[in-house]
Design a protein around this ligand. Structure first.
Ligand code: OFO
Length: 177
């Protein structure tokens, strides 16, 4: 059974992941409002990943006899001054989340909760990927500057990201119904 301290920290992390979901869905709407539909799609795929992340902690708590407590989400930013600023925010947000995963790992070690190690190791690896992908696009945005055709090329490139099979955020999953 999972202890109270780690259980509480994981509930906080469910909130962080659901806030990540909300942030990226909000960024998706922002990009669509600029007709940058490839970026809107990329952010929607990213939002899908965040929901999965939240559910990984949710399931871990359920499996370990912890209590899942869904905490209030914060009111978050819903507008950006430029596409570059949105991706810069995404990169900074991923760095923040990496810090949270590190804190959870520290707590698990202090509490000698060895059963959480595989889950937290998975998240540490995942954060390397999350920082790399958002950081790379943020850098590309800086290089693009005011070049509209380069921005459109990147938008088309980001449109190629695939939803995982069966994602409820994939419009194909519900538009056929
Ligand atoms: Fe859940 O990794 Fe991004 O925030």
């Amino acid at each position: 059974m999972i202890g109270d301290r780690l259980s509480q920290a994981m509930n906080e992390q469910i909130k962080n992941e659901l806030e990540s979901y909300y942030i990226y869905l909000s960024m998706s709407a922002y990009f669509h409002s600029l007709s940058l539909d490839g970026m809107g799609h990329w952010m929607r795929c990213q939002a899908h990943e965040e929901m999965i992340h939240a559910m990984k902690f949710f399931d871990h708590l359920v499996d370990r006899g912890g209590k899942v407590e869904l905490l209030n989400l914060q009111q978050l930013k819903t507008d950006w001054s430029s596409p570059a600023e949105a991706f810069q925010d995404a990169y900074q947000h991923e760095q923040f989340i990496t810090g949270k995963i590190n804190e959870l790992t520290t707590i698990a070690r202090e509490e000698k909760d060895y059963a959480s190690e595989p889950l937290l190791a998975w998240f540490s690896d995942e954060q390397i990927e999350e920082e790399a992908s958002t950081g790379k696009i943020a850098d590309e945005m800086t290089m693009i500057g005011d070049d509209k055709s380069a921005l459109l090329m990147l938008d088309r490139e980001l449109a190629a990201r695939a939803f995982p099979a069966g994602s409820p955020l994939d419009p194909l999953a519900y538009k056929a119904e």
